[in-house]
Structure formats: structure tokens, C-alpha cells
Design a protein around this ligand. Structure first.
Ligand code: ATP
Ligand code: MG
Length: 221
């Protein structure tokens, strides 16, 4: 479902270049939930962004559902991403001027689904993440955990085959984290979705089907 072949990423800086990813090879099967762990600054977020086609590698290839993502034009890649990949960011990145419901509907609207047609599935998903009573709240009117659940719903609304989550529980307390993990597992398993989750959370990585440990720009296990 997801495959990276010899992915390298270097950032040019004033003090020379930083080699962040140094030959990442990775294969994730459909329906698997994989945790990516490793010290801060090792390149977990960089890898997730590249796997989802948000950021280009310096060299190497990424295949999502058999499609060579970086062989696509920028426009085709953006379209492909919208259709096939969901993102959950560490700090939810909800649009502050839009309600929870509108934020969740957004990927469908961008994909050309009409407002009335997007509304039903978005309401159903918000209900399934326990937010039926918060659909008209703006992000500033939600708790951190609620906002993160909205972000999960937004990532899942388009039924993407692959969901990339960067520290989804990074700003939640232990109880809320466990709840969010249970929710992610429920949704992932019931929909057969593939998840790659960057995390420092031991509870999350213990649940995962597989743990990928990064060090020094490479995968060490
Ligand atoms: N745009 C950029 N320009 C230069 N260096 C960058 C850029 N983005 C990231 N880096 C560097 O790349 C390295 C990897 O960053 P990344 O965010 O992928 O780490 P991470 O493993 O996700 O860390 P954390 O666990 O703290 O989230 C870091 O050393 C960072 O400083
Ligand atoms: Mg990170």
C-alpha cells in the first residue's frame, strides 16, 4: 500500500546541508498500523510529509497504492493526495474561521462534493468521534482533545487508503491520549485503512502492528 525506496532528504542551510533522511526503505501493507519512533529531530515528520507527497525527497521514490507519487505533476500530486491520503498534524491545523463540521467537510468540498452531500458523512463521522454536540463550535471553542478528534475526522472523511498522523496525541494528557488511540484503532480497523503514526508515546507504539525506529537518517529496525 505504501512503499519508499531509497528516500533521501537534505536541507540546505547557511552552515551547509543537513542530511535528514539517508536512504529510507519502507513497505507498509494495507490495513497495517505502523508507529514511527526515534529521537526528536531524527526526521519522522520529514518522512511522513514525503510519504504523503507534501514535501519532495532529494532523491528516491514513494509509491502509494502503486502510484509513483513524485512522478506526478504538482497538480496531479495534489489531486492524488486529496483522494488517497489523510493527514493528522501534531497541532491539529484546523481552519479557525470554520466550525468543526465545516472543517470536517472541507476535504470533500475541495474534491468537488456538494455542500449538502458532504454534510451527512461529516455529521456521522463527528458523531462517531463523540462530537455530535460540538459540530457548530469554532476550533477556539473546543478543548485540545476535541480539536484533535475533529482533525482525525477531517483526515478520515474522504475514506483515504493511507492516513499519516504526526504525533496525533502529542498535546493531550494521558487519559485523552488513550481515548484518541482507541478511536484511531476502531476507525482504522473498521475501514481497513493503513496508518503510519509518528509518535513519542509508548502506549501508542505498543499497540501498533509494527514499530519502525529511526536513527541517524535511517531505519534501524
Ligand atoms: N525546512 C527545513 N530546513 C532546514 N532544516 C529542517 C527543515 N525542516 C526540518 N529540518 C531539520 O530536519 C531535521 C528533522 O526534522 P523533523 O521535523 O523531521 O524531526 P522529527 O523526527 O519529526 O522530530 P520531533 O520528534 O521533534 O517532531 C531536524 O534536525 C530539523 O531541524
Ligand atoms: Mg516531528
Amino acid at each position: 500500500m505504501l512503499k519508499a525506496i531509497q528516500v533521501y532528504k537534505a536541507y540546505p542551510t547557511g552552515q551547509g546541508q543537513i542530511d535528514v533522511l539517508q536512504g529510507i526503505d519502507l513497505e507498509v501493507d494495507q490495513g497495517d498500523i505502523v508507529a514511527v519512533v526515534g529521537p526528536s529531530g531524527v526526521g519522522k515528520s520529514t518522512l511522513l510529509h514525503i510519504l504523503g507527497g507534501l514535501d519532495e525527497p532529494s532523491s528516491g521514490q514513494v509509491f502509494v497504492d502503486g502510484v509513483d507519487v513524485f512522478a506526478l505533476s504538482d497538480a496531479d500530486r495534489a489531486h492524488f493526495r486529496n483522494q488517497h491520503v489523510g493527514f493528522v498534524f501534531q497541532f491539529h491545523h484546523l481552519l479557525s474561521d470554520f466550525t468543526a463540521l465545516e472543517n470536517v467537510m472541507m476535504p470533500l468540498l475541495i474534491a468537488g462534493v456538494s455542500q449538502p452531500a458532504a454534510r451527512g458523512p461529516a455529521l456521522a463521522l463527528l458523531d462517531s468521534v463523540g462530537l455530535a454536540k460540538r459540530v457548530d463550535h469554532l476550533p477556539a471553542e473546543l478543548s485540545g482533545g476535541e480539536a484533535q478528534r475533529v482533525a482525525v475526522a477531517r483526515a478520515l472523511i474522504g475514506q483515504p487508503k493511507v492516513v499519516l498522523a504526526d504525533e496525533p496525541s502529542g498535546n493531550l494528557d494521558a487519559g485523552r491520549s488513550v481515548e484518541l488511540h482507541a478511536l484511531i484503532w476502531d476507525l482504522a480497523r473498521s475501514r481497513g485503512q493503513t496508518f503510519v503514526i509518528a509518535t513519542h508515546d509508548a502506549e501508542l507504539s505498543k499497540r501498533a502492528d509494527r514499530v519502525i525506529r529511526m536513527d541517524d537518517g535511517r531505519i534501524v529496525i
